[in-house]
Design a protein around this ligand. Structure first.
Ligand SMILES: Cc1cc2nc3c(=O)[nH]c(=O)nc-3n(C[C@H](O)[C@H](O)[C@H](O)COP(=O)(O)OP(=O)(O)OC[C@H]3O[C@@H](n4cnc5c(N)ncnc54)[C@H](O)[C@@H]3O)c2cc1C
Length: 569
């Protein structure tokens, strides 16, 4: 066919101008919002700024403003899309057949990792402890996780490994300088050749993830036995995320029971340590982050902490990863609410902007409330981590990390789905950030101790350290007199917390109530009264099966929305 044929087809419409004679203008794109980009993620987040000042990191305000600006550009936000569109690829061998166990990532993933490490998200409270260190890091992590969540996995594990590693001071002295370094080096070479390293964790096996006592991987001493000594590990691990990390904390059965070990990906002699990757998991979300199935074929590893006390040792790491799940899921909610608010602020239906339609105001305000409640609780626990030397703060962190991890991560999937619905059909499309936000949401709820495990952990804390209950009620008592519903519900909760033979059956209900009452107490103290009132009336006085968008009709919707809206230049 003549390639110029189409130019001979006459276009008979009056609108066709001289320059586009042969191409009919079908329509103008109307009533479609702009991309949410080129905005300062920090400056536009009032609740976050207030939390940073209140919880002790006000000195970092200027740094956070600069960071929020830098990561809010269209180019930077696109890194999140790219890192997930081009998933990591596994190359078990090189072209000559030599085993490499290499995972290749898109450059966008490396760019995100480089920023996170340069900003100290992987270590700053340990390398630069001091007033507000956890709060400042939590704020930065919260901002960066809004751009992309998957890279947060190795960042979190690296951050969280330090408290466990410090239980073995000789190993900590050897590795901590490289772990806390601000240099990101993704090259596939021995850690001793690198300036900066990252740390992963390998606990879960096929026969048990929550119950790691079922681990069958065995540890054989190389020569001497005991803490700090080298062993060889034989077995498998079913989930090893970020397998290109340089070091891993691993659980294995030593002669004296389940024990924690530090396993480098390369041996000190420069040869590959045989933690061999079998394949990468095919995950529904968390795509930018690789997660591998592995076999340990005599891999060299050093004992961390006491033999037979592996869970006790690695729980220090797990506690920190659980806290980061709170930050990550709070960040997911903030980005979902922001996307919905932005879209509805520009899209009209039935003659009015969606954000001005009463029922949509209700939905959006409810999403904003949930997001602020998640943040206020997360930042309160960040402050507790900064003040663990104080008994009240330590007890609060112990109980409320489990409570908060359970509740915030559990709320996120419904929240993301509702935000997606606010955007309508375009929200379901893969070129929107919403599918990625939505698919990310179940992950935080499942790993690092799934929902039931968090509830059982809260019960364990209550039984083993009853003082955590007093600390919890002391904390919520700070809001006493601030809202009548809150006072009433705190009174009822005191009766529910008492141990009884059926307490495991009702653990979820109990932890739900502990979380929402604590969030309410924090909002009553720190948020505008109209935010706190809306939260208390919907979350405490509601029927317990709250559907987003079913807030009481007489709330200050406009003020709630105004507070949450991102202002785009
Ligand atoms: C994307 C991804 C990455 C991961 N990366 C890593 C990693 O890097 N390193 C690592 O070690 N692991 C990793 N994991 C594994 C993860 O930690 C486990 O999947 C998780 O701990 C649950 O273990 P499991 O899958 O064996 O499920 P199970 O332990 O079989 O649990 C299944 C369900 O039973 C519930 N349950 C368990 N015990 C009880 C009980 N007593 N009462 C009531 N309910 C109970 C759990 O809450 C859960 O809902 C990853 C998982 C995912 C999804």
């Amino acid at each position: 066919m003549d390639p110029t044929m189409d130019t001979m087809i006459p276009v008979a419409t009056a609108q066709v101008g001289p320059s586009d004679r042969f191409l009919a203008a079908t329509h103008e794109v109307l009533n479609q919002p702009t991309e949410l980009a080129n905005y300062n993620l920090y400056a536009t987040d009032r609740a976050l700024r207030e939390a940073v000042a209140r919880e002790g990191a006000g000195a970092d305000e200027a740094g956070l403003l600069e960071f929020g600006e830098r990561i809010g550009t269209a180019e930077y936000l696109e890194l999140g899309q790219l890192a997930n569109r081009y998933a990591p690829e596994f190359e078990p061998h090189d072209r000559f057949g030599r085993r490499t166990d290499l995972v290749r990532f898109h450059p966008a993933y490396h760019a995100l990792m480089r920023t996170a490490i340069a900003e100290g998200l992987h270590a700053s409270p340990w390398s630069e402890p001091g007033a507000g260190a956890h709060v400042a890091r939590a704020a930065r992590y919260y901002l960066h996780a809004q751009v992309e969540a998957g890279h947060g996995c190795p960042i979190t594990m690296t951050f969280a490994a330090i408290p466990s590693l410090r239980l073995q001071p000789d190993l900590a002295a050897l590795w901590e300088p490289k772990i806390t370094s601000r240099a990101y080096d993704p090259s596939n070479r021995p850690a001793h050749e690198k300036q900066g390293v990252t740390v992963g964790m390998a606990m879960t096996e096929k026969q048990g993830g929550s119950d790691v006592r079922a681990n069958t991987t065995r540890a054989y001493p190389v020569s001497s036995t005991g803490p700090g000594q080298p062993y060889q590990l034989v077995g498998h691990k079913f989930f090893v995320s970020a397998p290109m990390c340089d070091l891993f904390l691993v659980l294995a059965q030593a002669p004296g029971g389940l024990t924690c070990f530090l396993l480098p990906r390369w041996r000190p002699d420069g040869s590959k340590n045989p933690m061999q990757l079998q394949r990468l998991k095919r995950k529904m979300g968390n795509v930018s982050n690789a997660s591998a199935e592995t076999e340990l074929r005599g891999a060299l590893a050093w004992m961390v902490g006491e033999e037979g006390r592996g869970v006790r040792t690695i729980i220090e790491m797990v506690a920190m990863t659980r806290f980061d799940c709170m930050i990550g899921s709070s960040a997911g909610m903030r980005m979902a609410a922001t996307q919905a608010l932005h879209h509805c602020g520009q899209r009209s239906a039935f003659g009015r902007l969606l954000i001005d339609q009463p029922l949509m105001k209700n939905v959006l305000a409810d999403l904003a409330l949930e997001s602020e409640a998640a943040l206020v609780l997360t930042m309160r626990i960040a402050r507790a981590l900064d003040h663990r030397a104080e008994e009240h703060e330590d007890l609060l962190a112990r109980l409320c990390t489990a409570v908060g991890k359970y509740w915030i991560c559990k709320r996120t999937p419904q929240h993301a789905a509702e935000a997606m619905e606010c955007i309508g059909g375009s929200g379901v499309m893969e070129d929107s950030p919403m599918p990625r936000l939505f698919r990310e949401t179940p992950v935080n709820a499942i790993w690092e101790g799934s929902g039931n495990i968090q509830c059982l952990d809260a019960l364990r804390a209550i039984r083993k350290t009853p003082a955590v209950v007093q600390a919890y009620f002391d904390e919520v008592a700070r809001a006493r007199g601030g809202h009548a519903s809150l006072d009433r519900h705190v009174g009822q909760l005191k009766a529910e917390v008492r141990d009884s033979p059926d307490i495991e059956y009702r653990a979820r209900g109990l932890v739900d109530r502990m979380a929402t009452i604590l969030q309410a107490a924090l909002l009553v103290q720190h948020a505008p009264t109209w935010v706190a009132d809306a939260f208390c009336r919907s979350r405490l006085d509601g029927d317990g099966h709250h559907q987003f968008g079913a807030l009481p009709a007489n709330l200050e919707f406009d003020r709630i929305l105004e507070r949450a809206k991102p202002e785009v230049r």
